[in-house]
Design a protein around this ligand. Structure first.
Ligand code: SF4
Length: 320
């Protein structure tokens, strides 16, 4: 079995930076505002170092350190932290910050903001907070009914991890609605590369394995993409969820992973898939042993024979 692993699998630079920032922080009361990534092991490791997760800002105190994760937050949340006297450790990904700036500026210029993304995702909630939560949020073509057909000026941005194909379809439709339209394709290049590689890889293999947290939207999108381009795609959180029975007949297996999947999880999955190859190698040895047994030949001293050496012991050499 051939195992092909995507080069882009695993942490993107935004997530890497956020995790580094969190692990480098020192102090008494440090919190991440929401889990730093959708990965329990990383969150638990931070907890062991005294960095807990808070889900709201109600009880923060002066001098607490609040780590903002790569998804970013709304303007009013920044203000709330500042007013409390707590210290902001900002690990918002620069790609997300860029969207905040566009949205705030265009909102102030009188554009209706449209965010193409998942309204429940923290990144989208944060972006919406830069236009006073007035954005129209569209996740599917069906959501276009939320948009008034005679809408004046609109400015469209995308959730950084949105599916490229869906983005093109939705933004192409929106052009028909507005009198004036600004389109910013804010899908980040890391996502873009990861998705493109997943498309190419999933076309080449029999089964595609996508590793990522069940709450990770970019991993789920990778799974959607792989399902569209491959006969079979499997979405797992780690090696424990991988059922080897499901993949044992495949000739070629592809592996990719979302932006919040640590390298050790990817490696553990590769190793587990690779055990099937070891089983195949063992079978090969057993078959050959049978050949040796049946084809055993008495040799006399000085006789020259030709063959391939497949095994050597202290006093024997096995040839086929
Ligand atoms: S997926 Fe892109 S936008 Fe999101 S954290 Fe990674 S690099 Fe930044």
């Amino acid at each position: 079995m051939e195992i092909l692993v995507a080069k882009t699998a695993g942490f993107c630079f935004g997530v890497k930076k956020a995790i580094e920032k969190a692990f480098n922080e020192n102090g008494e009361r440090i919190f991440t505002y929401g889990p730093i990534i959708h990965n329990k092991q990383v969150v638990d490791e931070l907890k062991n170092r005294g960095i807990d997760v808070i889900e709201n800002l109600d009880n923060i105190q002066p001098n607490d350190k609040i780590i903002i994760r790569s998804h970013g937050i709304s303007k009013s949340e920044y203000e709330k932290i500042e007013q409390s006297g707590a210290i902001i450790v900002d690990a918002t990904c620069p790609y997300v910050k860029h969207i905040h700036k566009i949205v705030e500026q265009k909102y102030n210029d009188g554009y209706k903001i449209v965010i193409v993304g998942d309204e429940n995702h923290p990144e989208v909630k944060g972006i919406n907070g830069w236009c006073k939560n007035t954005a129209i949020i569209i996740n599917d073509i069906e959501d276009l009914n939320k948009v008034d057909k005679n809408i004046g000026k609109i400015c469209i941005v995308a959730q950084t991890t949105f599916n490229q194909n869906k983005w093109y379809k939705i933004s192409a439709e929106l052009i028909k609605y507005a009198k004036e339209i600004l389109i910013y394709n804010t899908i980040c290049s890391a996502t873009d590369e990861r998705q493109n590689e997943a498309i190419e890889l999933s076309k080449k293999v029999d089964i595609m394995i996508v590793i990522g947290g069940k709450n990770s939207s970019n991993s789920r999108k990778l799974y959607e993409i792989c399902s569209d381009n491959c006969k079979k795609a499997i979405f797992i959180e780690d090696e424990n969820e991988l059922d080897l029975e499901e993949i044992k007949s495949a000739q070629r297996v592809g592996i990719t992973a979302g932006a919040s999947t640590p390298e050790y999880t990817i490696k553990a999955v590769i190793d587990k898939v690779d055990t099937l190859n070891k089983v195949v190698e063992n079978k090969y040895e057993i078959n050959n042993k049978e050949e040796i047994d049946y084809g055993f030949k008495n040799l006399s001293v000085g006789e020259i024979v030709e063959g391939k050496v497949i095994h050597i012991t202290n006093d024997e050499v096995f040839l086929i």
